[in-house]
Design a protein around this ligand. Sequence first.
Ligand code: PFF
Length: 457
Amino acid sequence: MQLATGHEHWSSRLAFLMATVGSAVGLGNIWRFPYSAGMNGGGAYVLIYIAAVLLVATPILITELMLGRRGQMSPPSSMGKLATEIKASRKWKGLGYAGLFTALCILSFYSVIGGWALAYIPALGSGVLAGAPADKITGVFTDLVSNPWTLLFWHSLFILVTVLISLRGIRGGIEKAVNILMPMLFLMLVIMVAYAAAAGNFAAAVDFLFTPDFSKITGAVVLDALGQAFFSIGAGMAILMAYGSYLNRNVHIPRASLVVAGADTLVALLAGFAIFPIVFANGLAPNSGPGLVFQTLPLAFAQMPGGIVFGTLFFILLSSAAITSSISLLEPIVQWVDETFPIPRKIAAIISGFLTWALGLMTILSFNLLADFHPLGMFDRFASKTFFDLIDAFTNNLMLPFGALLMSIFAGWLMNKTITSEELGLATNQLWFRSWRFLIRYVAPFVLSIIFLTNIF
Ligand code: PFF
């Protein structure tokens, strides 16, 4: 157990930035963004996505890190402490607990998909898929998800790696991991984009991602882009309050948040440029959905010169990106367990990892033995949803807008200007401060309430 205010802090601003960019950059950028852009028609979606990042997700990220640093404890304790400071109800702790629960839910399925990425490293790396017929390649995915034992193996390995990093603490574990993984990740991504440019149809990809066709914009496309912006940055769920709590006072939160949001968006676009040129050059469909990276892309890799080597590299890239995010998802839970019970951090990390691992079993079974089990089948809307579909929708469609809405109310309406401007290092009359406050007081609550209500009804 650590003293509340005496816990570890990031060793430098760069270390914090690498860890937080690592948290932001993950499956959301490399797996989800390309297929979501593909399904939503490309260019126009990308524009709305960028607007959502700038106008809503980044102000919430700033807010979340600010609340964490001011609180200096796990999300529930920080919220309790801040509520006392501004004489608001202690019930605000509930927002922190919601964050822990959301992190647990997200990580439980995130690690199953991270496990798929791990499984593809040997699947492609062994070379057996080189030149293989299409059904053999798509069969890799079907075989993987239909076998609960195989999924269990990769899910367990993914959680194990996450826990092994986490139990070593902030400096000894998380920082060390991101110091190696983040530079590697950027390098791999650049190599992948260069390969796609050399071997694929780059012009078609640029056209697809950057030529907006506004007739493709519908309410559903806007909702998807907003949800994607939040998930990709990782903000809105009170999870990143944990990373904020390890921040030193000399770090300028708004500036750091812009770096994180910028890097995250850049990686999503680069991932698009690594994937779509290959998809288009091979006459494959950009709108194949969640299978884009796991089924469509390997089809191309198997046929292309150097495809097996670069395909393997791609899945190493995807796995590393997923790990630097999963350690951030585990952190608030570990921090809270460590703070609440008289046990060392190591044990706290193992317990937290075990809980997420256990919940992940339900996601594993959703793809095979329980594929026909629809827990909320009695409601029309959820009639065909598996447990995995439900937990994914629950976190993204309900917990996210709920958490982000409450944080924006707390920071925008309940905390007074003097406190927030001091914590953000901005004067109250500065344009940056006024813009942040306007976005957080009016724009975010408005947009988030719409998302929340649309998703409920
Ligand atoms: N941002 C991560 C991704 O794009 O994969 C996922 C994530 C990490 C979501 C951390 C939420 C979070 F708190």
